[in-house]
Design a protein around this ligand. Structure first.
Ligand code: TYC
Length: 102
């Protein structure tokens, strides 16, 4: 919006549009080798789900190929992916974990 002052000065006010920061969903992907019990434990530990919810999510990944385990800001999502992958590799499992902008 442009307003004219008495002294002739033009003042432009830029509208302040604050956009919410983008959010990222963290997904687990299915594979044929990672044990179901390991995936349930991962979901409980890193996505703060109870055992029942974690079991349902694991079975959804197993059935559909992937499932969203949580939605976070970019830094938190990226950290979750790193922690899950590090834990899985240390345990010798090929589990895949990815993030996608919502
Ligand atoms: N498909 C695996 C099995 O049958 C289980 C599994 C579930 C693996 C979820 C990965 O993200 C995953 N042992």
């Amino acid at each position: 919006m442009v307003t004219k002052h008495e002294n002739g000065t033009l003042i432009e006010r830029r509208e302040q549009k604050l956009k919410a920061p983008p959010m990222y969903q963290v997904l687990l992907l299915n594979d044929d080798y990672t044990p179901m019990e390991f995936v349930v434990a991962i979901i409980q530990e890193y996505f703060n789900k109870d055992r029942e919810t974690a079991t349902h999510l694991m079975l959804k990944v197993h059935r559909d190929g992937k499932a969203v385990c949580g939605v976070y800001s970019k830094d938190i999502a990226s950290t979750k992916v790193d922690l899950v992958l590090t834990h899985a590799r240390k345990a010798g499992h090929p589990l895949q974990c990815v993030m996608e902008e919502v």
